[in-house]
Write a protein that binds this ligand. Structure first.
Ligand code: ATP
Ligand code: MG
Length: 246
């Protein structure tokens, strides 16, 4: 038991969830390593949502609501950390959750899909009946009703290679990635530099508000959004963390 008074309670709970996911066969050992890299950045950002992340989250929700066929791509870590909240977001945005993993096996994909369904998701895609051309690793395997035909794909803890290919296939890519220097972060149309455990719940609240707005509001928000500027603000935040206090 981790006491609630522990100064890094949230971070430790997050680790526990991943370890549990690992024991369940949802998270792979490589996922634990990826989380460690994310944590290092989160530490620097103060383990809180920064203004550049919030701005990207708003643009992302607007983009998803304006899309014809939005899809949320979910891997093992995301499922272990925020399955319930992803299910909620999926419902509000009317976007299915598609299980898409780097370390693919039919068994693992089914486990993740069942896990998401047990957490309340009514729209989970995991057929693995199509392939995205141009990707060599197993993340190419997709669902013919989901990522294959989607116009906007939201990814988290994504690999840079696939992000690039999704873009090349003309899809709009929204990425949640704590590392603003990763290829994924640089390739995406909208990069949310935040921890998924904060970004997803915040996006639910934004979506609740934005579903009441008209299309013009959403369009102008998206038009005025500048991902390069958002990324450079994230880099500046890192730089100022390392500046000595005077
Ligand atoms: P790329 O392939 O895009 O260059 P990478 O090879 O450095 O990235 P991957 O293992 O492919 O990293 O992807 C994992 C990414 O997810 C890392 O950039 C890491 O910072 C990020 N990440 C890990 N945990 C979280 C989390 N909880 N929330 C958001 N991002 C996270
Ligand atoms: Mg990678």
């Amino acid at each position: 038991m981790i006491p609630k008074s522990h100064p890094r309670y949230e971070s430790l709970i997050t680790r526990e969830k991943l370890v549990e996911g690992f024991r369940e066969g949802i998270v792979v050992p490589e996922g634990l390593i990826a989380h460690g890299r994310g944590e290092a950045f989160d530490y620097i950002f103060g383990e809180k949502t920064r203004d550049f992340a919030l701005e990207a989250e708003k643009a992302a929700v607007a983009a998803m609501l304006l899309s014809e066929k939005p899809v949320i791509s979910v891997n093992g870590n995301a499922a272990a950390l925020v399955a319930e909240r992803l299910s909620e977001l999926s419902e509000i945005l009317k976007a299915p959750l598609e299980v898409n993993v780097f370390h693919w096996s039919r068994e693992r994909v089914e486990k993740i899909a069942k896990w998401l369904m047990s957490k309340g998701c009514k729209n989970v895609l995991y057929a693995g009946d199509a392939e995205i051309e141009g990707i060599e690793h197993l993340r190419r395997i997709v669902d013919s009703r989901g990522i294959l035909v989607a116009d906007t794909v939201m990814v988290m803890l994504e690999d840079g290679d696939r992000c690039e290919i999704l873009r090349r296939h003309g899809k709009r890519v929204i990425a949640i990635d704590l590392n603003p220097l990763s290829r994924t972060a640089k390739m995406a149309d909208i990069t949310i530099v935040n921890n998924v455990v904060r970004a997803i719940p915040e996006m639910i609240e934004i979506a609740k508000e934005f579903t009441k707005k008209d299309e013009e509001f959403l369009k102008s928000l998206l038009e005025n959004y500048d991902n390069r500027e958002v990324l450079s603000r994230a880099l500046n935040a890192i730089a100022s963390y390392f500046k000595p206090n005077d």
